[in-house]
Design a binder for this molecule. Sequence first.
Ligand SMILES: O=C(O)CCC(=O)C(=O)O
Length: 203
Amino acid sequence: MSRQLALFASAQSPTRLVGDRGDVTYIPEFLDRATADALVRELNADTRWRADSRLMYGKRVLVPRETANRGEKMPQPWTPTLERVRAIIERHTGTTYDYCHLNRYRDGNDAVAWHGDRDGTRDARLVVASLSLGATRSFQLRPKKDSGLRYDPIAIDVTHGDLIVMAGDTQLYWEHRVPRDPRITETRLNVTFRQHRARETAA
Ligand SMILES: O=C(O)CCC(=O)C(=O)O
């Protein structure tokens, strides 16, 4: 049984979701409505989405969502609002991000399976800041099988403008997913701000 967190927190009161062998914080309404709306408009107008595929049991299958990367050393640049939001998140988290990975969940049939973000680098301790836009979806966390941790899965409904920050050892000991939910008919965008390398910034 998963634990559903009560959503009493506000932008001023982040909720710690994980504090053991990892550090995951949930900040509801991190972005104000106007900025979140502007970001959705800009990303929808100006992103070339990709349909990725994976080899599974010898067969190539499409991943159930569309993706894109934007930012430094990426085929698509930051958009003006994305840059502005990146700066806000950098100030909040005290670190820098050089690119972002975008997921577009067209409806509740799109999803991402359990995984940790190693991010093409050996340094799994890099910070990942995950911004939700559009439809409300369940974001779930659980300890990895070999972590030695004994916690029930955590499920939290993330919605337009909410931020989840995953830091410390999170990607080593925990995994996360957004499961299918065929009742959902609206689109959700997710923007994960990521680091090729981390630089601490002054608070
Ligand atoms: O959509 C989300 O909230 C999670 C996205 C994610 O796990 C990823 O991009 O690796």
